[in-house]
Design a protein around this ligand. Structure first.
Ligand code: PLP
Length: 400
C-alpha cells in the first residue's frame, strides 16, 4: 500500500542498531551502547529553568510558524558574533529539529531531474531526503587518507549540468572531519564557478577539539551567503535532542519556501522549546565548554584505544562525538558461529559477543568502517574497548 516515494526509502539504520541494543538491555544483558547519536549530558540547568518558566508563564500557545522573533533575532546575533555573517530575521527559520529543517529545505530546493552531491561517508538521512524530494543523490567518496575531507578538485570533477547542490556536513557525522578556512574557500570557489548551492550542515559546530576555530562556508566570500543555506540546531551543542529545535539561515526566497511547507506540515516548533533554546544561545556557553572539554578527553582515549586494537586504523576526528575506525583487516575472519563477510556481520558479532553496539559503516556509505560514539562515560568507553579487544582476538582463531 505504500507509495513509490516511500517504498524507495528505508528506516534509519542508526536507530535500528540502537533499537536492537535496547531490546537486549531490556532482556537484562549489560549492553554498552556506543551507537548513540546524542550527548550523554543533561540539558543545561538554565535551559531547563527557561522551559519551566515558559510553562509557568503560559507561553504555551502557537507561535509564529517560523519561530518567535526573539529566537530568530538571537540567531542572527549569534551568526554575526560567532560566524561573521550578516542576516536579517527574514533569513531565519526555526523548525522542530534540524532533521525537519533539512527536509523542508530539500523539498524547497530540489526537484525531479536535479542531482545533489553528497560526500561519503555521509549522515544517513541526506540521501533519503534527497530521494523524497524526487532528486538524485550522487555520492562522492572522500578519502580516508585525506581525513575524509572532500577536496575542491574532487568536487569540481563530480559536478554535471544537473547538479543543483552539494551537502557539506562539518564536523561530520560519522567521521568527525572538519574543514579549515582555506579548504572551505577552495570548495566555495568551485561552487561559485559552477553555480551550485551549498547546504552547510553545521550542527556539530561547537563540538570541535584541539582549539580548532570553526568557520562557516557562508563567510568565506561575500557571494557565498546567496548560495548557502546554513543548517544548525540545539540538539548536539546544548544536549537538547529531545526538545526538537533546529534552524536554517539563507536567502529569503528559500527560507520563505521552507516556511510555506512548515506552515502546512508541522507548524511552529514547540513554544516551550523555543524559549529554552533562546536561553541556551544567551547563557549556556559555560555548559557547552565543559562538555567539549570532556568530549576531547574521551575522543583521545577512544582513538588511542582503537588504534591499539589489532588490525584497526583510526583517523583522528576534529569534531563531533564519533570515531570512524577501519576494520577491513577483519574481512573474511571467522569465529565459532560467525564468518565476517560485511561490516554488518562484524557489528552483529560485536553486539552478540562483546555486547557492544556500534553502527556498520555501510549505513554511511563506507563499508568496513564502524561508527563508534564516545557519548558515554569514560569508564564505559574503557570497558567497551576491553570487550571489543577480547571479541576481536577470537576472530580468526576459531573455526566458523
Ligand atoms: N545533521 C546531522 C549531521 C546529524 O547527525 C543530526 C542528528 O543526528 C541532525 C542533523 C539532526 O539533528 P536534530 O534533528 O536532532 O536537530
Amino acid at each position: 500500500m505504500q507509495s513509490e516515494r516511500v517504498r524507495q526509502i528505508g528506516f534509519s539504520p542508526t536507530l535500528k542498531v540502537s533499537g536492537l541494543a535496547k531490546r537486549m538491555a531490556a532482556e537484562g544483558r549489560d549492553v554498552l551502547d556506543l551507537s548513540v547519536g546524542q550527548p550523554d549530558f543533561p540539558s543545561p540547568q538554565v535551559v531547563k529553568e527557561a522551559g519551566h518558566r515558559a510553562i509557568e508563564e503560559n507561553r504555551t500557545g502557537y507561535t509564529p510558524t517560523v519561530g518567535i522573533p526573539e529566537l530568530r533575532a538571537e540567531i542572527t546575533a549569534k551568526l554575526h558574533r560567532e560566524n561573521g555573517v550578516e542576516y536579517e530575521m527574514e533569513n531565519i527559520i526555526v523548525s522542530p529539529g534540524a532533521k525537519a529543517t533539512l527536509y523542508f529545505l530539500a523539498l524547497t530546493l530540489f526537484e525531479r531531474g536535479d542531482e545533489v552531491i553528497i560526500p561519503s561517508p555521509y549522515w544517513v538521512t541526506y540521501p533519503e531526503q534527497v530521494r523524497m524530494a524526487e532528486a538524485k543523490p550522487v555520492f562522492l567518496p572522500s578519502r580516508e587518507e585525506n581525513g575524509f575531507r572532500l577536496t575542491a578538485s574532487e568536487l569540481d570533477a563530480a559536478i554535471t549540468p544537473q547538479t543543483k547542490a552539494v551537502i557539506l556536513n562539518y564536523p561530520s557525522n560519522p567521521t568527525g572531519a572538519c574543514y579549515t578556512q582555506k579548504e572551505l574557500a577552495d570548495l566555495a570557489a568551485v561552487c561559485r564557478e559552477r553555480d551550485i548551492w551549498v547546504v552547510a550542515d553545521e550542527i556539530y559546530e561547537k563540538l570541535v577539539y584541539d582549539g580548532l576555530e570553526f568557520g562557516t562556508i557562508a563567510a568565506v566570500h561575500p557571494d557565498m551567503r546567496e548560495r548557502t543555506i546554513i543548517v544548525n540546531g540545539m540538539s548536539k551543542a546544548f544536549s537538547m535532542t529531545g526538545w526538537r529545535l533546529g534552524w536554517a539561515a539563507g536567502p529569503r526566497d528559500v527560507i520563505s519556501g521552507m516556511g510555506k511547507i512548515q506552515s502546512h506540515s508541522t507548524s511552529n516548533p514547540t513554544s516551550i522549546s523555543q524559549w529554552a533554546g533562546l536561553e541556551a544561545l544567551r547563557s549556556a556557553a559555560d555548559d557547552v565548554a565543559a562538555m567539549v572539554k570532556e568530549f576531547q578527553v574521551r575522543r583521545n582515549l577512544m582513538v588511542e584505544g582503537l588504534r591499539n586494537l589489532p588490525g584497526v586504523t583510526c583517523a583522528l576526528p576534529a569534531g563531533a562525538f564519533y570515531t570512524f575506525p577501519n576494520f577491513s583487516a577483519y574481512r573474511g575472519a571467522t569465529a565459532k558461529r560467525t564468518r565476517v563477510e560485511s561490516d554488518q556481520d562484524l557489528a552483529m558479532y560485536l553486539l552478540e559477543e562483546a555486547e557492544v553496539a556500534v553502527v556498520p559503516g555501510e549505513a554511511f556509505g563506507s563499508p568496513f568502517n564502524l561508527r563508534i560514539s564516545y557519548a558515554a562515560p569514560r569508564k564505559r568507553l574503557v570497558e567497551g574497548l576491553r570487550r571489543m579487544e577480547y571479541a576481536l582476538t577470537k576472530l580468526g582463531k576459531e573455526e566458523a
